[in-house]
Design a protein. Structure first.
Length: 232
């Protein structure tokens, strides 16, 4: 199952679903919309009327992608199905054509990370300072948590359900992109191997980035907290 949080992503919905369906025609897709004022939910319903493998969950307020993922992960962990969950952004930045490869890898590895920084990975349409900040953030998170992967902030990740059942999901507090770091840190602490494979990340074409100073500060705060815990 592919899980995609949305907030004001109406213009991206049809291109995103089309790209996913070209790659994995029958894969279940769950959209979690935080009551987007731009009509995102209506657009999803319109497409879902013709595709029974698309499900929509609407939450009353904007609560952040971290809480959306946590809600789904906890439900999957309790029910034991589906066999895996793949997280993916709604802004067309993640390569849907890589989904078959990720699913094949999930048959062999418990957690699979689509990485911009492993050999063969790339980023398109980012200015130099964003590349620099992302590199520094990933390096800092890697050192702080001791997690031996190159792209701790990647949001294109596959988890087998058996791994979600092992993790203390109820302890996760991150609401924004810090969630990506926190999940990988928990996976690492559970002594679970994470397989990275290269992807090309493309800057969004429609809408506005959800990355804010508040979201960035949360990521820095969480990363620093795990560094201090390790030192102390």
């Amino acid at each position: 199952m592919i899980v995609i949080p949305t907030y004001n992503e109406k213009d991206n919905i049809r291109p995103l679903i089309a790209a996913i369906r070209r790659a994995v025609p029958q894969e279940a897709i769950l959209f979690i919309d935080d009551n987007s004022p731009d009509g995102t939910a209506s657009e999803i319903r319109s497409v879902a009327a013709q595709d029974t493998n698309i499900t929509l969950l609407i939450r009353p307020t904007k609560q952040g992608l971290g809480t959306a993922y946590r809600e789904v992960f906890m439900k999957v962990a309790v029910e034991g199905t589906p066999a895996y969950v793949i997280t993916m952004d709604a802004d067309l930045s993640h390569p849907a054509y890589k989904l078959p490869e990720m699913i094949r890898l999930l048959a062999e590895y418990p957690v699979v990370v689509g990485s911009r920084y492993t050999p063969g990975g790339a980023i398109k349409n980012w200015q130099w300072y964003r590349r620099f900040l992302s590199r520094v953030a990933n390096l800092y998170a890697r050192i702080a948590g001791g997690v031996p992967i190159t792209d701790l902030t990647s949001g294109f990740v596959g988890y087998r359900t058996e791994i979600l059942q092992k993790l203390p999901l109820e302890t996760i507090k991150s609401e924004g992109y810090a969630f990506m770091i926190e999940m990988k840190y928990l996976v690492y602490r559970s002594h679970t191997f994470m397989k990275e494979f290269p992807i090309t990340f493309v800057e969004r074409r429609e809408g506005h980035s959800k990355l804010s100073w508040r979201v960035s500060l949360e990521a820095v705060r969480f990363t620093t907290s795990i560094l201090l815990r390790r030192l102390l």
